[in-house]
Structures are given as structure tokens and as C-alpha cells.
Design a protein around this ligand. Structure first.
Ligand SMILES: *Cc1c(COP(=O)(O)O)cnc(C)c1O
Length: 354
């Protein structure tokens, strides 16, 4: 069976080596005669996995000991709840949110259950076709929340505002895809299944000294501090997704780190946007300056070509190109593990459509 060109938005393509090594670990982990799936999470072999999975994130992000790395269950969606629960003051809580898409709106909806939410910028009325930039965030807020990459609309924050409060970012769909000064963030979270591993685990990177200041009685399982105190083993962690995420991050580290990934991602995006701009049959949904390097959402200008185009990309072995149900059209996700050869195949198909 030959491998498809996988443009899926998530769960998404991972390095082939990660599939191989994690399959081996399911059969026999580290040659110990047991499967990764049947050993105690407290065993020395798994504790070593968790320790390294936490350490490698700090190395890749160039962060110091003032940050903690956690691998939690519940998806990025649980972080929509844990962030306000842990950071918004009881009684007088107030947070600023940037509304740049469906996921940002989901985070806003949950935060409102904990206190006052001010939406300091929103592109909702323009169908999220750009990222608002004209706003300021003062120190009357407990924190500011933004979404670095809008997975559905194909927009991305190219820079981050200087805010006078804590900076929280949902990086689910572009984590480890580009170089950033990660120390400008106080809390970063990302569902693994978009760019760093399989579904079932969420990465949280949090600056320790921001916690414990809200006056709220937080249930232990939802309290970042409980997870920090137990080195991300407060309860049984999702062992397989943590291991596969570690393999993905090791693969990244061995291939030029984030800087290497960024160069490859820029080349892929340049190739595809170049064709969209050249080809009169296609256009993106969003403004040029906010185009995402990770998720390229685009449409056909002539709907009568739809069947021909769909048949052609499917025949070329391409998978996962349909747009999100809320937007329609097409979405090519160019996550770290997608080879440029797959983008070349897609561009050929687009060129041949006329
Ligand atoms: C996919 C996605 C989510 C939701 O992730 P789950 O792990 O399914 O809860 C949140 N934010 C962004 C930016 C996403 O792309």
C-alpha cells in the first residue's frame, strides 16, 4: 500500500519514523518484554519517557526553570476551562480575549463562566478573514488570551502584542512550526494532534509564579499546581500519546529543531500560495498579510470545476483536503511532518486544472 499525501487538519500526519517506533513500542518497549501499553506509568522506563518529554520542550523552546511542562488529558478544549479557573481572580475576575476564529470563540464562551470577558478585538463580522491588530491590553485584566493560528480560517498571528498582563496563547495548530520568543508567554497550551503527536494529550507550558493567586478553590484535577507537584503524573497520564509526542519532538530536534522546521514550512507555504496567486481559478479566504503557514484555506472561484478538481486530487493520492464544514472549500494543512513533495503533487494538480 502506498502512503497518501496527507493534508488532514488534525489528527494529522506525523513523521513515518514515529509511526514505526511507536508501533514497535506497543509490541515490545525498550526490549523489556512488555508493551508500552501494559507497564506501570510509575515504572522507571515510563518515568524516563515523561521526564524527557518534559525536558525536550524546554530545550526546543529555549525556556528556563521558571517554566513547567505538563502533559494533560481533556484536549485543548479543557484548557478553555483550566485557564480561567487558574488565572481569573475570584469575584472580580476580568480577562481580555482576542476573537479570531471558532476556537478562540470557544475559549471566550468558557471564560465567561468565570468572570468578565472583554473581547478586545474580533474579526467575526468579516468571517474571521483577518487577525485584528488595533487594540491594547492594560493591567486591569488578569490575563490576555489569543490563538496563534486559526486552524479553520487559515490565518496566523505574525507577531504578538506587548500586553500589560499575563500572556496566554492557544498554539494548538502551529506549535513548534516557527521560531518565537516563547518567554513572552506566561502560559502556552496545545492539543498534540495538530503538530506534535497523536490525539489524547495536551501540552501545557506554564510559568510557575503566575499560579495560586486567584483566591479560588480549584478542584485538584483542574489545578495546574497539582499536576506540577506530581511532575505531570497527578493521575495516570495518557502514556501512548505522551510517548509518540516525545518521538515526534526528538525527530524535530534531530532535524534542525524549530529553526529547521520553520525553513521547511516556509518553503511549502510559498509553493502553495504562489500557485493560488498565479492560478485564476483559486483564491484564499483571508487577507494576504495574515496567511497561515500551517493551514492554507482556499476555494475555487469557478464552482463548475469542483468535480474535476476533486477527482484529480483524489486520483493523485491526496487525502484530507476538504475545508472545515463551517467554511467549505479546501484546506491544505502543511504541518511539520508533511513533505514538500506532497505540496508539489497538489500544485501540479492545480496547474493542470483549466
Ligand atoms: C483543534 C483545536 C482546538 C481543540 O482541540 P481539542 O484537543 O480537540 O480540544 C483548540 N484550539 C485550536 C487552535 C485548535 O486548532
Amino acid at each position: 500500500m502506498s502512503k497518501k499525501h496527507n493534508f488532514s487538519a488534525g489528527p494529522c500526519i506525523l513523521p513515518q519514523e514515529v509511526f514505526q517506533k511507536s508501533a514497535e513500542a506497543i509490541l515490545d518497549f525498550n526490549g523489556i518484554g512488555l508493551s508500552l501499553l501494559e507497564i506501570s506509568h510509575r515504572s522507571k522506563d515510563f518515568v524516563a519517557v515523561m521526564d524527557e518529554a518534559r525536558a525536550i520542550v524546554k530545550r526546543l523552546m529555549n525556556l528556563g526553570d521558571d517554566y513547567e511542562v505538563l502533559y494533560l488529558g481533556g484536549g485543548a478544549s479543557l484548557q478553555f476551562v483550566m485557564v480561567p479557573f487558574n488565572l481569573m481572580k475570584a469575584e472580580t475576575g476580568k480577562a481580555a480575549y482576542l476573537d479570531t476564529g471558532v476556537w478562540a470563540a470557544g475559549a471566550i464562551k468558557e471564560a465567561k463562566k468565570f468572570g468578565t470577558v472583554d473581547v478586545v478585538g474580533s474579526s467575526k463580522e468579516e468571517n474571521y478573514s483577518f487577525v485584528p491588530k488595533d487594540y491594547t491590553v492594560g493591567n486591569q485584566y488578569d490575563y490576555f488570551h489569543c490563538t496563534s493560528n486559526n486552524t479553520i480560517y487559515g490565518t496566523q498571528m505574525k507577531s504578538f502584542p506587548k500586553v500589560d498582563t499575563l500572556m496566554v496563547c492557544d498554539m494548538s495548530s502551529d506549535i513548534f512550526s516557527r521560531q518565537l520568543d516563547f518567554s513572552q508567554f506566561d502560559l502556552i497550551y496545545a492539543g498534540a494532534q495538530k503538530n506534535m503527536g497523536p490525539a489524547g494529550v495536551t501540552l501545557v507550558v506554564v510559568k510557575k509564579d503566575i499560579l495560586g493567586k486567584t483566591g479560588r478553590d480549584i478542584p485538584s484535577i483542574l489545578n495546574y499546581q497539582s499536576h506540577i507537584d506530581k511532575e505531570s503524573m497527578y493521575n495516570t497520564p495518557p502514556v501512548f500519546p505522551v510517548y509518540a509526542s516525545l518521538l515526534t519532538l526528538q525527530h524535530l530536534e534531530n532535524n534542525g529543531g524549530i529553526a529547521g522546521a520553520e525553513l521547511r514550512n516556509e518553503a511549502k507555504a510559498r509553493l502553495l500560495y504562489g500557485e493560488i496567486d498565479r492560478n485564476p481559478l483559486f483564491e484564499t479566504y483571508c487577507v494576504d498579510e495574515d496567511r497561515s503557514l500551517m493551514n492554507v484555506s482556499f476555494r475555487l472561484l469557478d464552482e463548475s470545476k469542483k468535480e474535476e478538481f476533486d477527482n484529480a486530487w483524489k486520483a493523485a493520492g491526496i487525502s484530507g483536503l476538504n475545508g472545515h464544514r463551517s467554511l467549505g472549500g479546501y484546506r491544505a494543512s502543511l504541518y511539520n511532518a508533511l513533505p514538500i513533495e506532497s505540496v508539489q503533487v497538489l500544485v501540479e494538480v492545480m496547474k493542470n486544472l483549466n
